[in-house]
Design a protein around this ligand. Structure first.
Ligand code: DQA
Length: 147
């Protein structure tokens, strides 16, 4: 089985972008952590990043039936995109929304997520480790079908 980890806009610049909010880890570091965690849990990993909202929509379509579950950091699209929300809603397996930063402790425009209403769970403010937590939660939901 495969878990897809999908990342939205600007996350390719992780490590250099606003380290006070996002820390020093790069997206490659996050991918390695995800790969180790997925290995441990017995899943293959499909890890992607795009700066384009429509591409993120199409990636969600692509994995909607094939992935056991999805870990989704929609980045800025979190706060703006009904299209990403509607695409996340068609994913058959569990969807866990992840944010490196604690969006609720930041600017008011980051407090609302269009995605949370269709996500099975949300992890925010745990840094890269949040991705590992989200992968474990996908596995938990897959194994128990507690959705
Ligand atoms: C983010 C939080 C968003 O508000 C922001 O636009 C991002 C990253 C996070 O991981 O903390 O790009 O999703």
């Amino acid at each position: 089985p495969v878990i897809a980890v999908l990342n939205g806009a600007n996350l390719n610049l992780l490590g250099e972008r606003d380290p006070a909010a996002y820390g020093r880890a790069t997206l490659a570091d996050v991918e390695s952590l995800c790969r180790r965690t997925a290995d441990e849990l017995g899943y293959d990993l499909d890890f992607r990043q795009t700066n384009h909202e429509g591409v993120l929509v199409e990636q969600l379509h692509e994995v909607r039936a094939s992935a056991a579950g999805v870990v989704l950091n929609p980045a800025a699209h979190t706060h703006t995109s009904v299209a990403v929300r509607d695409a996340a809603a068609v994913v058959k397996g569990p969807v866990i929304e992840v944010h490196l930063s604690n969006i609720h402790r930041r600017e008011p425009f980051r407090h609302h997520s269009f995605i949370s209403e269709v996500a099975d769970g949300v992890v925010a403010g745990c840094g890269p480790h949040g991705y590992a937590l989200a992968l474990r939660q996908v596995d938990h939901l897959v194994r128990t079908s507690e959705r």
